[in-house]
Structure formats: C-alpha cells, structure tokens
Design a protein around this ligand. Structure first.
Ligand code: KIV
Length: 271
C-alpha cells in the first residue's frame, strides 16, 4: 500500500514524489502539542496549523480574528511535538494582503519564531506578488483556492464554490499560475469533484482536497471535525471517525460523580 511510510521526514520533495507515484497524501490540522504528537505518531504526512484555530480553538465565528502572534504560538507548540510530518502554517487574514513586503515579513516571522516548514496563503492571481516574494526568500508556499474562508464576507456563505463556468475557469487559471510561480502544492476547498479532478490532472504539483472529491492527490480535514469533538458541524464532505464530544463528556460526568460521591480518590490513589 503505502510506499512512503518509512520516510523519516516528509518534505515538499517527498510530497511531489508521492504525486508522481500515485500515492495519496494525508493531511490534518493540529494546533497544540498534545494532539499534534498523536497525529504525527499516527503517520500523517502533513500537519496544517490552520487559521481554523480561530474557530475550533478560540470559538470565533470566522477565521478573520486570529492574529499572526497567535498563529506562531500554535505553530511552535505543534513543531515541538512532531518528528515526521511536514508542518504548514496559515498566514492569517491581514498578514499578507496589504503588500508583498508585509507578506514576506509575516512569513519570515512564522518560519523564524515557530520553526515551521512552509506557509499557506489563500488566493490566486490577486496575491501573486506576495507569493513570489515569499518564495524568493526560500520559504515553501502552499496555495489555497475554491472556498477561501478569509473571504467569507465577500462570498456571503460557506456553500460550494466554482459551480459556474466563469468561476471554474478562473480557478483553473489560478491553479496553473500558482504552479508556474513555484507553489509546492495547492489546497482546493469545497468545489465540484469533477473540477478538482481536472485541476489535479492538469497541473504537476500535488492538489489536496477538502470537500473536493477523490480525484485529487490527497485529503485534508480539520482534526476536531473528524474526531467529532465539534458536534455542531456536519457538512456532507465530512467523515467523522469518532464521537469524542460524547466520549469526553461522559468521562467528565463520571469524574464529577466520583468526586461528589467521595469515590475518587480511593486508598490506592493517595499517598
Ligand atoms: O484553516 C484550515 O483548517 C484550512 C483547511 C480547511 C484546509 O485551511
């Protein structure tokens, strides 16, 4: 099955080799030391320190409020936990859209202060200069097209993107541009499966999908969603591998009861 399982450190070159050899890339988010250690030990290829931390860690409605300092805090916690995975960090809203100098400064801060291996930016042709400038500093860049949550107030909803021909054509054009300027991979979020498969077959760099079907080179999910920690988020594309909300809640209820009943600690659990 997996031919790259034995790789000690996943690099952007390993991901490219996986695409070339037809092996799918696995990617999940993580934001803290303890869960990142489990994710890495389980053999994930890429850990994304996503700005979805704004939602699942901080409880914000959108990804817009999270700051560069907060992303660096999450990224450095993850980096301390991992041995094998490639760690990619989202540049947060407002840290790269202003101008390319601003984008480079933000990317350098992430790499220097967290020890991450790459950054991810949302957008295509509009942020071409920023991506190019970051790349010239030797920082690997992952692109992100389709549903780009930092633009939620422009889109108005989190529904599927690029269903219309014009938006689909722009997405294909942007994907080709990102490849041409030197991105090492692209995330495609919530777009029709046929369009995602077309992009993955027309560009040579890895295409990682979320809500983009199986015809791409890898898959990414938000860790808290796939573990069922967040039981209010149930989009069609999400497969839940656990129901940790219930399991954690039951464990805590049991603990509360044991404390109230003076059942915990027992004789063996004290000095
Ligand atoms: O921030 C994030 O978690 C992401 C994924 C949804 C790809 O960008």
């Amino acid at each position: 099955m997996s031919t790259y399982k034995e790789v000690k450190k996943v690099t952007t070159h390993v991901l490219q080799a996986m695409k070339n050899n037809g092996e799918k890339i696995s990617m999940l988010t993580a934001y803290d030391f303890s869960l990142a250690r489990i994710v890495d030990d389980a053999g994930i290829d890429v850990i994304l320190v996503g700005d979805s931390a704004s939602n699942v860690m901080a409880g914000h409605e959108t990804t817009l409020p999270i700051t560069l300092d907060q992303m660096i805090y999450h990224a450095s916690s993850v980096i301390r936990a991992i041995d094998r995975a490639l760690v990619v960090v989202d540049l947060p809203f407002g840290s790269y859209q202003g101008n390319s100098r601003n984008a480079l400064d933000s990317a350098i801060r992430i790499m220097k202060e967290s020890g991450a291996h790459a950054v991810k930016l949302e957008g295509g042709q509009e942020i071409q200069d920023s991506i190019t400038r970051i790349l010239t500093a030797g920082i690997p860049v992952m692109g992100h097209l389709g549903l780009t949550p930092q633009s939620i107030y422009k889109f108005g909803t989190y529904t599927v993107r690029a269903k219309e021909e014009e938006e689909a054509a722009k997405l294909i054009e942007d994907a080709k541009l990102l490849e041409q300027i030197g991105c090492f991979a692209i995330v495609l979020e919530k777009i029709p499966a046929a369009l995602a498969a077309k992009v993955a077959s027309e560009i040579n760099i890895p295409v990682i999908g979320i809500g983009a079907g199986s015809g791409v080179d890898g898959q990414v999910l938000v860790l808290h969603d796939m573990l069922g920690i967040n039981n209010e988020f149930n989009p069609r594309f999400l497969r839940k591998y656990n129901n940790l909300y219930e399991q954690i809640k039951d464990s805590i209820s049991e603990y509360v009861k044991d404390v109230k009943d003076v059942d915990f600690p027992n004789e063996k659990e004290q000095y």
